[in-house]
Design a protein around this ligand. Sequence first.
Ligand code: S3P
Length: 173
Amino acid sequence: MKNIVLTGFMASGKTTIGKELATITGRKLVDTDVMIEQEMGMTTNEIFENFGEEYFRDLETVACHAAAEECGVIISTGGGAVMREINREVLKKTGVVFNLEMNEALIKERMTEAKATRPLMSDEIDKVIERFNSRKEFYDDCDYKIPVYDGQTPTDYAAEILKKYTLSLITKG
Ligand code: S3P
């Protein structure tokens, strides 16, 4: 049984929607950021501070590969996981990939709250938007795009994702 993989920029709601999907389906939730933090016994902020971004990205690649070995789970990825092709490929191999598609206005709106736990959200707004735009092609490399906008509940997103997931299993196996 294929995994359900959530990708998307920071603060797109991957963790919240992942939890909702896990609750509805009874499936396990695997969060690559949580895997990394548990492995290191440090927060993401601390890992970035002490070892730098490239080190974090290597841990992320290991976490994506370990997550992709699971069967029939919900995988919530970190916002930058899609940047490496080997991560996208391994996640696609055993899962149906859903990108929670953000837009600039929503990123700006959610930035203040998102800063606390995310080192790359502490940059100036222009830099954050630039980062988002530079990643677009990687976010687009997914099976389904799920546009994110205010007013939708986690249950709404989960229902949309599950419908598309089931359809994908029927049509693509
Ligand atoms: C990152 C996103 C974060 C986390 C790290 C780097 C990114 O995850 O992996 O701070 O580069 O976009 P969330 O997308 O869950 O915030």
